[in-house]
Design a protein around this ligand. Structure first.
Ligand code: ADP
Ligand code: MG
Length: 776
């Protein structure tokens, strides 16, 4: 207690000093008056009282009202002024890395401090915090990983879970754990922060926890739909139907009739039924009215229209990902009007940007300059730009989060929910009445689901299941039944089966040593295993590159009118390997070489590659290497050439691919002059038209492994590699000797290899040794 007394003394001195500092500094005074004008400020005492009286509290309010920046600060200030600062340890989780950094930095400057003092942040592989840090912003993934070491969250006094309305998988997962933890930690305070009004859902989940709503104010925002925008801009959509494999039927119909493609498209679809009741196929077709990508020409036309015809004010454009943002940036730079840097300030805003350029995004430009922000859905509710008057909304969203734990499955852009559309529109009315241009027909808007679907219901669950096991939360099935919206038991069963197949779980559903390693690699377990195998078999560089591209995205760009040239470029990277994975490996290696010789730009241009994606892949490779070194599979002191003895041996690379991608196996069966492809689960499949294997009639080797199966008009496998039966036998999944003793069965008997008893015995011994290496 003597220690506490001396701490309190120190704290009082510090408080006094701080008051003096505020008196002396104009900018701090300004900050204080800014904070006092935020809607959250009016609720300060009500909020603090509720925090004191309740273990769980739900707070909702319009975006920009001050939830994220003010609520944790209110708690901090209250704790300090009651001289409880020493025990106060506030954590606020953010779904995205960028918002964790941006918010922590903002609050530090509101308090006139440097980042890393009282306020800090921690994201994967990066942190700014110190012993003085009492308010920490971290990604939800970081907190989940902290739970492995510290399941009771000892030392945390207040936990705020932000952006809970987004229904991200990590947040849905976290609140199950917290609901169980609360009775064991009666002193812990939990505050759930939600942007929209479906706060009730969370209140109910926590035994009707009280809810506080912060009333906000926004100006009215007029809205236009595609029909109006096309009329205003006189733009005609270049439908890139050709790029979309599902459109051939529609295209044929279109040639017969003279109707415009939009009308034509919707004749097929009964839009009255609720959007989310549609089958995936129909949803994909809906998404295809402008191809899989947004018509950037239309976006450009809308921006130009506003700049020519509307009053001053910043423009905020919602796009789906970095690729589109950078393409639009290039387009706008070449635009006659908007390309003038003296009159227009064009800024990208994306979740994987290393640092958000704070001032430029938030500051008001000089009066003769218009700010145009090209953003992903991060600007929807995580980051608020005050001076926006015009919003251009493409209506789609895609997660391309750089934090690999958050998301790996390569998601296609899909339509947002009505709630998100409303949210995006609202961004235009913060300082004056605004206008929202929606680049999709009203029909689509009406068909959008009311709220975003929970991610836990939409994504494969193997990574989540691994995490549940590593946190020792009991059986996966019974744990996930406690979720806000429990996932389909079949999805759970599939995930468990997959984890058993790849050797991460044993027959009792317990983690194997391999499973434990995979828990420490925040990646899809298949990709994690590919990395481990790459390091064991001296194929590290290819494994890092392919894993990064699969975890993030391809470097290949698909130009609408030069598709054949692009295909040819990709094909030449593949050579005669019959492998999309080898193609991307060679493309990456070519780029590295070109970059070394100062020829990056030309190389990318000639080969239809995205330099931005390639650079991100390169960064991710480094991150993966650090992970492998953390878990002891790579010793970095051995230098860059270690673990690469077989990196140029393509057969070895294909075997590593087989090890990582198993059980995604296709059997190639010869049918006359062509090959037919079969999988265990769904029978016949097709090779995706974008694959280098799409045009191959006969394959040199009998099997194909693939990264992903997608269902559109037919079932396609994306990214495939032709492999031999030896690769499968030596590197694939569990082998079972055939009952008659005449061979080996794989994939539960779907594949059968005949072999003599002695060969079977030999293979089993080899595999046993390999398992030891993986499970060390
Ligand atoms: P909420 O979480 O309710 O959406 P925030 O607490 O993030 O709102 O932001 C409150 C206000 O603070 C915003 O409206 C914006 O004006 C301002 N603000 C937030 N972050 C920054 C920043 N990095 N730079 C400048 N202003 C900011
Ligand atoms: Mg917020």
């Amino acid at each position: 207690s003597q220690q506490t007394d001396s701490f309190k003394e120190k704290l009082s001195v510090a408080l006094k000093e701080r008051q003096e500092l505020v008196q002396a500094s104009d900018s701090l005074k300004e900050m204080i008056s800014f904070r006092e004008k935020l809607p959250a400020f009016k609720m300060k005492s009500e909020f603090l009282k509720a925090v004191q009286e309740n273990q769980v509290l739900v707070v909702s309010g319009e975006t920009g009202c001050g939830k994220t920046t003010q609520l944790p600060q209110f708690i901090l200030e209250e704790e300090i002024s009651c001289l409880r600062g020493a025990d106060c340890n506030i954590i606020c989780t953010q779904p995205r890395r960028v918002s964790a950094i941006s918010v922590a930095t903002r609050i530090s400057s509101e308090r006139g401090e440097s980042i890393g003092e009282t306020i800090g942040y921690q994201i994967r592989l990066e942190s700014k915090r110190s012993a003085d840090t009492h308010l920490l912003f971290c990604t939800t993934g970081v907190l989940l990983r902290q739970l492995v070491q510290d399941p009771e969250l000892k030392g945390v006094s207040h936990l705020l879970v932000d952006e809970i309305h987004e229904r991200g998988m990590n947040e849905d997962f976290l609140i199950i754990i917290l609901r169980d933890l609360l009775p064991r930690r009666p002193d812990l305070r939990l505050i759930l922060i939600s942007a929209t009004i479906n706060a009730d859902l969370f209140s109910k989940y926590f035994a009707n926890a009280p809810t506080i709503h912060i009333p906000g104010f926004t100006y009215p925002v007029a809205e236009y739909f595609l029909e109006d925008v096309l009329e205003k801009t006189r733009y005609s959509i270049k439908s890139d139907f050709d790029n979309y494999e599902g459109n051939s039927r529609r295209r044929r119909k279109q040639q017969d009739s003279k109707k415009d493609p939009l009308t034509e498209m919707f004749e097929d679809i009964d839009v009255d039924t609720n959007y989310k009741n549609y089958s995936l196929g129909v949803r994909k077709s809906l998404e295809a009215w402008s191809g899989l990508q947004i018509d950037l020409g239309l976006v450009e036309a809308a921006i130009e229209y506003i700049c020519r015809n509307e009053g001053s004010g910043a423009i905020l454009v919602f796009l789906t990902g970095w690729d589109e943002i950078s393409k639009l940036l290039d387009k706008l730079k070449g635009n006659n009007l908007v390309g003038d840097p003296n009159k227009f300030l064009i800024l990208p805003l994306h979740g994987s940007m290393p640092t958000v350029n704070q001032c430029e995004i938030f500051d008001r430009p000089p009066p003769n300059k218009r700010k145009i922000v090209l953003a992903t859905n991060i600007a929807e509710s995580s980051i608020t730009i005050d001076d926006v008057v015009y919003v251009i909304d493409c209506g789609k969203a895609k997660e391309t989060s750089y934090d690999a734990l958050n998301k790996l499955a390569c998601l296609l852009p899909s339509w947002i929910s009505k709630a998100s559309a409303h949210q995006r529109r609202g961004r235009a009315g913060r300082v004056q009445p605004g206008v929202c241009y929606r680049l999709y027909p009203k029909l689509i808007h009406d068909a959008m689901p009311q709220y975003q679907l929970a991610e836990i219901l939409q994504t494969p669950l193997q990574e989540l299941c691994l995490h549940i096991k590593s946190l020792q939360l009991g059986t996966v099935g019974s744990f996930l039944e406690k979720a806000l919206q429990p996932p389909d038991p079949l999805a759970v069963k599939n995930a468990i089966e997959l984890l058993k197949t790849i050797g991460a779980l044993d027959e009792h559903e317990e983690l194997t040593p391999l499973g434990r390693h995979l828990c420490n690699i925040p990646l899809d377990p298949n990709i994690g295993k590919m990395l481990l195998m790459g390091s064991i078999f001296q194929c590290l560089n290819p494994a890092l590159t392919i894993a990064a591209a699969l975890a993030y995205r391809h470097p290949f760009v698909l130009p609408i009118n030069r598709k054949e040239e692009a295909d040819a470029a990709k094909q030449s990277f593949a050579g005669d390997s019959c492998s999309d994975h080898i193609a991307l490996l060679k493309a990456f290696e070519g780029w590295k070489e070109a970059k070394r010789s100062g020829n990056e730009k030309q190389f990318c241009w000639d080969n239809f590659l995205s330099p931005v994606t390639l650079r991100l892949i390169d960064d991710m490779r480094m991150q993966f290497l650090n992970l492998l070194s953390d878990i002891g599979f790579v010793d970095k002191s051995r230098g860059p050439n270690a673990y690469n003895q077989y990196s140029h041996d393509l057969e070895m690379v294909c075997a590593i691919l087989c090890a990582g991608l198993y059980p995604n196996v296709v059997q190639c069966k010869r049918r006359g002059k062509r090959t037919a492809f079969y999988t265990k689960e769904v029978g016949k499949v097709d090779i995706h038209p974008a694959s280098v294997n799409a045009g191959v009639h006969l394959f040199p080797l009998p099997y194909i492994v693939y990264s992903e199966k997608v269902k559109t008009t037919s079932i396609y496998i994306r990214d495939s590699t032709n492999i031999s039966d030896y690769a499968l036998l030596l590197f694939g999944g569990n082998l079972v000797p055939n009952k008659s003793g005449e061979g080996i069965d794989m994939l539960g008997g779907y594949l059968h290899f005949s072999a003599s008893k002695s060969v079977i015995e030999l293979i089993r011994k080899l595999r046993g040794e390999l398992d030891k290496l993986l499970n060390r």
